[in-house]
Design a protein around this ligand. Structure first.
Ligand code: UDP
Length: 328
């Protein structure tokens, strides 16, 4: 397929772009490089630097696109609380521009990068797709608004679409891992301690209603996540918008993550308890039963140790040697 991948220079977008290239697809990437890295773009992809709002129409006007995989977005919860206007502009207005360009140029296959933040603070876990959506921050609200827009575009304009609601994405693939200028995520921060770039990791609260008092999350390996995008693209049906959760199905506490990082790295990783972080829910665990049943998605890297080991190899600059070797 000839595919447009928006945000294909970011962590998730670039790994998915690599996997799509491996599957033989012809990939064009639009990315403004605000948080992405030019080096993460696959060599075989065409790269267009710029804002989605400006580039979506002219790129799709080139013709012959079979589908769009849409990652381009602002995605920091804290920043979305401080500056909601850029989230509504870049995420929602950007996506509406993209959807209109798809209509204009007859592109009818869409996969959208959505998030567990659309559910807010669930009363029980695991979270299924029929749980109420009640985002607790503007980031989640913009992603939910986009999901609603896609539903109505799909029904009215025959677009076949899938929204994938990610839980905590981690790990590395193809020499690409988490490599952000401003890092806020647990696993890369803990590994920075093991690398000697930080003295210690702060645990944001140990008085949560969980077995060891620290929050529990569902960590999904980036490669398993990428596979779900390929399956979604291959099975979209005109006029239907499907929504699937994507997680490993297992929850790990902050302390369990730190312990696993200690085992994998052999570093003591000092940790200190700090106050809770605003907006954090206690427990987020996905049910991914629906995508497994309906699309045959079969994650193979569900062990936390595998996720951490791949992230650690990336952090140490090793990347994914097996994959590099396969690419020859
Ligand atoms: N966390 C922590 N210390 C850190 C970063 C994160 O204790 O330096 C906790 C955070 O409170 C949350 C979990 O680790 O409970 C996962 O946070 P992350 O930012 O990786 O992902 P989120 O679940 O917020 O999307």
């Amino acid at each position: 397929m000839k595919l447009l991948v928006t945000g294909g220079a970011g962590y998730v977008g670039s790994v998915c772009a690599h996997v799509l290239v491996e599957h033989g697809h012809d990939v064009t990437i639009i990315d403004n490089l605000s948080t992405g890295n030019r080096e993460a773009v696959p060599a075989a992809a065409t790269f267009v630097e710029g804002e989605l709002r400006e580039k979506a129409e002219p790129v799709l006007a080139e013709g012959d696109f079979d589908g769009v995989v849409h990652f381009a977005a602002r995605s920091l919860v804290g920043e979305s609380v401080e500056k909601p206007e850029i989230y509504w502009q870049d995420n929602v207005v950007g996506t509406l521009t993209l959807l209109d360009a798809m209509r204009t140029h007859g592109v009818e296959n869409l996969v959208f990068s959505s998030t567990a933040a659309t559910y807010g603070e669930p009363e029980t876990v695991p979270i299924t797709e029929d749980f109420p959506t009640a985002p607790t921050n503007p980031y989640g609200a913009t992603k939910l608004a986009i999901d609603h827009a896609i539903t109505s575009y799909a029904h009215a304009h025959r677009i076949g679409a899938t929204s994938l609601r990610y839980f905590n994405v981690a790990g590395a693939y193809g020499g690409i891992g988490e490599n952000r200028e401003i890092e806020t995520h647990l696993i890369p921060l803990v590994l920075q301690v093991a690398l000697g770039h930080r003295d210690k990791i702060f645990i944001f609260g140990q008085d949560w209603p969980t077995p060891d008092g620290t929050p529990v999350r569902d960590y999904i390996h980036i490669r398993d996540l990428a596979d779900a995008h390929v399956k979604a693209l291959e099975t979209n049906q005109p006029g239907a918008h499907r929504i699937y959760n994507l997680g490993s199905g297992d929850g790990y506490s902050v302390r369990e993550v730190i312990d696993t990082c200690r085992e994998v790295t052999g570093h003591p990783i000092p940790a200190e308890v700090a106050p809770r972080r605003a907006g954090d829910p206690a427990v987020l665990i996905a049910s991914s039963a629906k995508i497994k049943d309906e699309l045959g998605w079969n994650p193979t890297r569900t062990e936390l140790r595998t996720v951490v080991t791949d992230a650690w190899n990336f952090s140490r600059g090793l990347g994914d040697r097996a994959h590099s070797a396969r690419r020859g």
